[in-house]
Design a protein around this ligand. Structure first.
Ligand code: TA6
Length: 287
């Protein structure tokens, strides 16, 4: 059965055994496995902390949290009542439909519209759709933001906070050399990347501007290609022990097992005119 709908999540299964699990809570993808999936266990490509809450009590520490309408601490006046990274990752999304189910893979759509809780902290109308597509060695995540208003524009930030499972002392991300980035470890200093291959051996929290449409996340014995469209920034984050040991739902030494490579639109705000739509896509392909 390519799509299994459970009370709290949706499980996708590709014809050759890859699997993905999507919580309704936050539309958070909490697992992406290949070669064996639910049969032999397969290989897990995402990191989820063993201390992560998966019951909807708080945003998941790991997987692919969806960040909308703001990234980081809110800056826009319309976001003043929102928590860090906005509300999309801690609202319950609804399963809408199976978009594709054939020999190449399976795709589903989840939706989020303003709940009464959201309306109490955020006045703008919006419609989010999240289309997740699983193929044999690939996982695609498309975030559709629609402005239903006939009069008002909608300004937002969006980001897919992807925790890729990788040895943090050995993983590198390229090509980022030559790009300007905001170094949040150094108080937001603006710097230019000089490294051919960026590592996260030290506490790293970098927001690259004018990101390339494709980066390679490589480590000895593995790798993932990250392709993105319409996302203009790429955030690279690993707290290492320096910051990771202070994160309550981070498992002990969890920082050794992931790198966050986060396609986003987080410098300034995307402005959607009435009735228009923006689609940010991330495609993860095993290399
Ligand atoms: O994407 C990197 C970042 O903005 C870091 O600054 C750190 O705050 C991380 O997200 C995790 O944020 P969270 O709210 O999930 O603890």
């Amino acid at each position: 059965m390519p799509v299994e709908k459970l009370s709290d999540k949706v499980i996708l299964k590709s014809p050759k055994g890859a699997t993905a699990e999507i919580l309704h809570y936050g539309a958070t993808i909490i697992s992406w496995k290949t070669s064996g999936g639910l049969i032999s266990g397969g290989t897990e490509h995402l990191f989820v902390s063993s201390k992560a809450a998966l019951d909807g009590s708080k945003p998941v520490r790991g997987g692919i949290p969806v960040v909308f309408p703001c990234f980081g601490p809110p800056e826009h006046p319309e976001h003043s009542k929102l928590a860090q990274h906005g509300f999309a990752r801690n609202e319950t999304w609804t399963f809408d439909s199976v978009v594709m189910d054939n020999e190449t893979g399976v795709s589903v759509r989840l939706l989020l519209k303003p709940s009464s809780a959201v309306k109490s902290i955020y006045s703008k109308d919006f419609e989010l759709a999240y289309v997740v597509t699983l193929a044999e060695n690939q996982l695609s995540t498309d975030l559709h933001v629609t402005n239903p208003s006939t009069t008002d524009s909608l300004e937002f930030q969006a980001l897919l906070h992807t925790y890729l499972r990788a040895p943090s002392k050995a993983v590198t991300i390229s090509p980022l050399n030559g790009l300007t980035y905001i170094n949040k470890v150094k108080g937001g200093a603006k710097e230019v990347e000089k490294r051919e291959a960026v590592d996260v051996k030290q506490f790293t929290d970098s927001v690259y501007e004018d990101a390339p449409s494709k980066v390679s996340v490589i480590w000895p014995g593995g790798g993932v290609e990250v392709k993105m469209t319409e996302f203009k920034t790429l955030t690279v984050w690993n707290p290492q022990a320096e910051a990771g040991s202070k994160i309550g739902d981070m498992e002990e030494n969890g920082w050794e097992h992931f790198v966050c490579v986060e396609p986003g639109y987080v410098r300034g705000f995307k402005k959607l005119e009435p009735g228009s739509r923006w689609i940010g896509q991330q495609v993860l392909t095993l290399v």
